[in-house]
Design a protein around this ligand. Structure first.
Ligand SMILES: Nc1nc2c(ncn2[C@@H]2O[C@H](COP(=O)(O)OP(=O)(O)O)[C@@H](O)[C@H]2O)c(=O)[nH]1
Ligand SMILES: [Mg+2]
Length: 442
């Protein structure tokens, strides 16, 4: 989602790094461009102004200007300030440690509340916790039905009381959960098109009836500054414990994510990155900052891998990627694993330096099937050492897989390009970064 902002910032920093000696003027110019990029990404103008001022103050310090790589130092300062802007440390959800723990989910209509309720229930289920999904959005019959369908799809219990008000439904749900030793009650509350007194009063009543451990606002990242204002209002009137940013997978410009913490004054705890119930991530300010600066997010990638594939394979994949010893055997093995993890391009985008590269690579399912067929027609020797594949081997592989020689050539070309790209990434250096910022220079 931060594509444009990342591109702009990368070009500013490239120029800065290219300048051997930095002057105050260089930095001021660069910061003006950073500010512009932030505003274009729909970041709140006060936040953008304060951000740039703070970076400038730190960067103009003599130590930076005299350091060996001043450009890198400035990037590091921007990185650190971004982390601070996004909230510093990751803030986890309230632990599910009593029967029941209660999460209350609120937000405007269409922001993604019901979806988040399902996602939270699935996440709990994966930790062997029993959830109860509660339909307290009673004004639209379809909303109750939607929650039930979602709950059934992940085999989680749902709760609803016919002809009762939302406050009663929630209180009854908690009672039921206590009796049945359910670990987590998740309340799907009603939304409106806009915030209004009636809605706030209803939510406050629910809050005082069930005393939730977590009051989460779902803020639609696609709505930019609106999301920020809504979060502020909800926090003032209801007292939020956290924000879940939804639709971060969309082409939002990122401004909401960057301003919400500062303006609304409450932590972002979750990032919702797709319609599927598995597409929920904890929000990590440092990883998000790295992603925004085009430095990739290997940690999230590996975590995602751990969730869906076995640990050993994940470790091997990472090692091979980094050592750029990646052959067709690995390629084949990973294809199957990757498919389980989600859209390929979004995964590649998390690898440092890959974001840009994959923009020009369209990978669709059918192409993947064809690639797999071609690779399967190779001998083990050919897979391990593709350079031996000459004209006659190509013909044999093409025939065996029901493809043209041209397709085989294309795959080999793509594979070489990928190997080269991976090799370059492995060799990339990030001087001037502290421990842990660059995954390759720990
Ligand atoms: N792309 C994308 N769509 C989402 C996400 N979260 C929710 N949606 C979609 O947004 C629409 C509204 O979501 P819903 O949960 O019904 O919103 P509610 O009215 O707040 O309960 C649905 O079509 C969801 O599939 C997300 O993180 N990414
Ligand atoms: Mg709903």
């Amino acid at each position: 989602m931060f594509g444009q902002l990342t591109d702009k910032l990368e070009s500013v920093f490239k120029k800065l790094r290219g300048t051997g000696i930095l002057t105050e003027k260089n930095i001021k110019d660069a910061m003006r461009q950073v500010r512009q990029a932030l505003l274009e990404a729909d970041v709140n103008y006060k936040v953008a102004k304060q951000f740039v001022k703070s970076v400038e103050q730190k960067a103009v310090g003599t130590d930076v200007l005299k350091s060996i790589e001043p450009g890198q130092q400035v990037v590091k300062i921007v990185h650190d300030e971004l982390v601070a802007l996004l909230g510093g440390k990751a803030e986890p959800l309230a632990a599910i440690d009593k029967s029941p723990t209660v999460y209350m989910v609120c937000g405007l209509q269409g922001s993604g509340k019901t979806t988040l309720v399902g996602k939270l229930a699935l996440q709990a289920k994966r930790k062997n916790k029993k959830s109860l999904m509660v339909a307290a959005d009673i004004y639209r019959p379809a909303a109750v039905k939607q929650l039930q369908v979602l709950a059934d799809s992940i085999q989680v219990e749902h709760f609803y009381v016919e002809d009762a008000g939302p406050q009663k439904i929630c209180a009854e749900a908690v009672k039921h959960a206590r009796k049945d030793f359910i670990d987590l009650v998740i309340l799907d509350t009603a939304g409106r098109l806009h915030t209004d007194d009636e809605l706030m009063a209803e939510l406050q009543e629910i809050k005082s009836a069930v005393k939730p451990d977590e009051i989460l606002l779902v803020a639609d990242a696609m709505t930019g500054q609106d999301a920020v204002n809504i979060a502020r209002e909800f926090n003032e009137r209801l007292g939020l414990t956290g924000v879940a940013l939804s639709k971060l997978d969309g082409d939002a410009r990122g401004g909401a994510a960057l301003s919400i913490r500062q303006v609304a004054g409450c932590p972002i705890k979750l990032a919702s990155v797709g319609e599927k119930l598995s597409e929920l991530e904890p929000f990590h300010p440092d990883r998000m900052a790295s992603r925004i600066l085009g430095m990739g997010d290997i940690v999230s990638l590996v975590e995602k891998a751990e969730e869906t594939m076995d640990m050993e394979k994940a470790a091997r994949m990472q090692e091979k990627l980094l050592k750029s010893k990646f052959d067709f055997e690995d390629f084949l093995e990973q294809m199957g694993q990757l498919k389980k993890m989600g859209p390929l391009d979004s995964l590649l985008g998390m690898i440092p330096g890959m974001g840009k590269a994959v923009k020009n690579v369209q990978i669709n399912e059918r192409d993947m099937e064809r690639m797999v067929a071609i690779i399967k027609s190779m001998t083990v020797e050919e897979r391990r050492n593709p350079s031996i594949i000459d004209g006659s081997r190509k013909k044999r592989i093409a025939r065996g897989s029901g493809n043209s020689v041209q397709s085989v050539n294309q795959l080999l070309k793509q594979f070489h390009a990928m190997q080269k790209m991976i090799g370059n990434i492995g060799k990339m250096k990030f001087p001037g970064f502290p421990k842990g910022v660059s995954p390759f220079n720990p």
